[in-house]
Design a protein around this ligand. Structure first.
Ligand code: GLV
Ligand code: GLV
Length: 324
């Protein structure tokens, strides 16, 4: 008996190829580079045994109810899983696959690029060149903050947080601080990072990087108090999820000079409306959630996501199962 699989988007070619070779499955796909409309998602999952989704698809109780009792596997093309109603999924005994590890390097690399672009004001500087604002080499013009001799605070020294620290170290960082639910002595040793409270991290860091998972404890964590503790010369970077940040509080912190600058690869909502106040600020650099976006990484993620799906449906161990 053929199992039904619903795939919510076109995926990178290597994953797509693997999907096309799948036996024992009928694959139905939202064959587009645009997000699946909610009504099509609900139609597609009805009666499905497997679902391959993206972080832009909200998999909530309604989707699970519509899918019905056939649904055994959800495979997400992401390391984050805050778009999945995890408790409901767990209750129903559905297995979840995700794509950790394979995107760590690409995401850490992009995080470093975003940090440098923000602290050295690259988008603003490029704009000055294009607009004729570049009048002369000028001693006080376009100065920013550098990494050399700095203190870098990392919130969430997981796989990606550690990979960021490893890449920043050669820039001459003086000290790494980190915080999270529990100390991670092995990772900390690799970059000589000190475990501190979130309060101390925000007070002492020149760069604050958010690289934790979005969970109830981290939702809205970067709020008014958080930014007020930061130095006026400090730079804030978020590569986790937009909702870790209270964006109104961030806007105020940037406008009032409470912090120097912010670089965001994630926002609420996504996409951020082009009229959003944060986009009017020179000291805020915003990227469209492209942390893992290299050709090679996205191909690898797609293969892993398809393997998670197919192995899960076959009752075999998934290469990357999210332990619920
Ligand atoms: C990206 O944010 C991911 O969760 O993979
Ligand atoms: C928290 O996000 C942690 O990494 O422990």
């Amino acid at each position: 008996q053929l199992m039904k699989v619903f795939v919510t988007r076109r995926i990178p070619p290597e994953g797509q190829k693997l999907l096309s070779q799948a036996e024992n499955c009928t694959v139905q796909q939202w064959d587009s580079d645009d997000p699946v409309p909610r009504a099509e998602l609900l139609k597609g999952v009805a009666g499905a045994h497997g679902l391959l989704c993206l972080l832009s698809d909200k998999i909530d109780q309604e989707v699970l109810d519509t899918a019905g009792p056939n649904l055994k596997v959800i495979s997400t093309l992401s390391v984050g899983f805050d778009h999945l109603a995890i408790n409901e999924i767990k209750t129903r005994g559905i297995k979840v696959g995700y794509t950790p590890d394979v995107l760590t390097e690409a995401t850490a690399e992009l995080s470093v690029a975003l940090l440098l672009a923000t602290c050295r004001r690259l988008p603003e500087a490029i704009q000055e060149v294009k607009s004729g604002g570049w009048k002369s080499w000028s001693p006080m013009w376009m100065c920013g903050y550098g990494l050399s001799n700095s203190t870098v605070g990392i919130i969430g020294l997981g796989r990606i947080g550690l990979a960021i620290a490893q890449r920043l170290k050669p820039f001459g960082v003086k000290k790494f601080l980190y915080t999270g639910r529990q100390p991670r002595p092995e990772s900390a040793t690799e970059v000589n990072a000190e475990y501190v409270s979130c309060e101390k991290l925000t007070e002492d860091s020149d760069f604050v990087i958010v690289s934790c998972s979005l969970i109830p404890e981290t939702e809205g964590m970067c709020n008014k108090d958080f930014f007020q503790r930061m130095k006026k010369t400090s730079v804030f970077i978020n590569i986790s999820r937009g909702s870790a940040v209270n964006q109104e509080d961030l806007y105020q912190a940037l406008v009032s000079g409470q912090i120097a600058a912010a670089g965001l690869d994630v926002t609420t909502p996504e996409p951020l409306p082009t009229t959003h106040p944060l986009l009017g600020l020179k000291n805020c650099v915003i990227l469209p959630h492209i942390g893992s976006a290299t050709y090679s990484t996205r191909n690898t993620m797609s293969v892993l996501a398809v393997n998670n799906l197919l192995r899960g449906l076959a009752g075999q161990e998934m290469p990357s199962e999210l332990k619920l």
